[in-house]
Ligand binder design. Sequence first.
Ligand code: HEM
Length: 499
Amino acid sequence: MTPFLLLLALPIILVIFYFQTQNPKHAKEELPPPGPPRLPFIGNLHHFDSRSPHTYLHRLSKKYGAVMSLKLGFRRLVVISSAEVVKEIMKSHDAVFSSRPALITFKKLPYKGFNTAFLPYNDAWRELRKISTIHLFSTKQVQSFRPIFKDEVSKMMEKIARDAASSAATDLSEAMMSFATNAISRATFGRRLGDEGYGKTRFFDLFHGEKPLLGGFFVEDYLPWLRWIDSLSGMAAKLDKNISSLHSFCDELIEEHMNPNRPESMEGDVIDILLRIKREGSFHLTLDHIKGLLVDIIIGGSDTTAASLVWALTALMKKPSSMKKVQAEVRQLAGKKEMIDEEDIEKLPYLRAVVKETMRLFPPGPLLLPRETTKKCSINGYEIEGGSMVFINAWAIARDPATWENANEFVPERFLAADHLDVRGQNPEVIPFGFGRRGCPGIGIAMSEIELALANVLCKFEWELPLGMKEEDIDFDYISGLVMHKKNALRLVPKLFFA
Ligand code: HEM
C-alpha cells in the first residue's frame, strides 16, 4: 500500500476501530464472565465452601453477577444465578448446556456407560433416555405404579398409627425415606428396599452421613495430582466400598429376575419388562442398559422424594395457618373415605400449591446436577468456553427478591394466584427438576408419590411437637450432597384424626 492510500484508509480504519470498541455488547462478548480473584494452580478452591455450595455461590453472585466464573483447580466453573439467563439458555443454548462433567463419583458408578444421569451428551445417553422415557417414565407406566404407591402410603400410615396409639414421636425423616425407597423399588424392581436389612444399608452411605459420598467434594475432581488427600481422608476407600456394594447389589437384582423361581412381586416390574424386550429383540437393549437404569432409579428416585416430603412437613409445622388450611382442604374432600386417592389430588389446589412452594424454597438439588458445555457460546453477553462445568443455582433463582415477593417466606398462596406457574421445568423462575433435554424425567413419578403421601398423612393425623419442643426449635438446617436433606431428623407426635 502506498503512503497516499494508507493516508486515505486511515480515517476509515479509525472509525471502524472506534465503533468496535464503543459497542458494549461486542466488547463484553470477548470477555469471560467475571469472578473472584484466583490463586495460581488452585484457582478459587481455597475459599470454596463445599458444605453449602449453593449459599456460598449465591453470596458471590451478588458481587459478580448472574453469570459468574470461578476456577476450581483445573476446572472452569460457570455459575448461573438468574431466571433471565436460564430463559436464554432454555431458548437458545439448551443443547450446548446439556452435557455432564466426568466427576470421580460419576466415573466410578457401576455401568458408567449406561447411567442416564451422568453420561455426557452423546448417542449412548440419547439411547438410554429414549428407553427410560418409554418404559419407565411414560404416563401409562407411571399410572401403572399408582396401586403400589397407594399401598406403600397405607403401610407407612399403619406404622404412624402405631406410634399414635402409643403416643410416641414418629421420626418422619426415617419414615419418608423408607416410604419413598419402598415405593420406587417395589414398582421398578419388585423388592421393598426401604426397610432395614436387605438393600437399605448397602448404599446408605452413598447418600447420607456427615459427608455424603455422592455429590460430595473429592479433591481428585479438581487437582488430580493431589488425589492422595482423598485417600488420606478415607473418602476414596469409602467410595470404592460403597460403589462395589452397589455394583454387586444391581447384579443380584438382575440375577433374581432371571431366575424362574423369582418372587411373584417381580412379575411385570420395570426390570421384568426390560428383560422381556431384550429377549424379544424388538429394541436394541443390553443387560448393561438395564443395570444402568437400575442405578439411575436407586440414585434419583428415593432420596429426592423423601427430602421433599420432610421439607413440606417442616415448613407446615413452622406455619400453622398453612397447616390448618391444607388439612381443612384434604379432610373436606376425604369425608369418610379411608384414604385419599390419586384421582382426588386434582381437586386439592392448596395441597398442590404447598408442594410447589416447598419445591421452590427447598429444591432437593439446589444446584441441579452439574452440567458441562459442549462448545463455546455466548450467554448474556459473556463468552463461555466449551468444556466448562456449569452450576445452575436453582435455589438462589427461586429465592430471588426481584421475582418473588417475600422470597424467603413459605407462602403457598402465591401458586394459587399464579396458576400458570409450575415447577416442571417450563418456568425459569422455579426449576427444582431442572429443564430442557437434561431435565428430570422422573417428575411424574415424584409428584405422584409426594402429593399422595402428603395428602394422606395430613388428612389422617394431627401433628404435634414432642414434649418440651417449641415451634421456634424446628430448624431448617440442611446437609448438602447430591440431595439437600434436612440435617436434624424431623420428629413429631401423631394423633389420629377422627372426622
Ligand atoms: C422430588 C423429586 C425429584 C427431584 C427434585 C429431582 C430433581 C432432578 C434434577 C434437578 C435433575 C437434573 C436436571 C438438570 O440437570 O436439569 C434430575 C435428573 C434426573 N432425575 Fe430427578 N428428581 C426427582 C425425582 C426423580 C425420580 C423419582 C426419578 C426416577 C425414578 C428421577 C430420575 C432422574 C434421572 C434419571 C435424571 C437424569 C436425567 C438426565 O441427565 O438425562 N428423578 N432430577
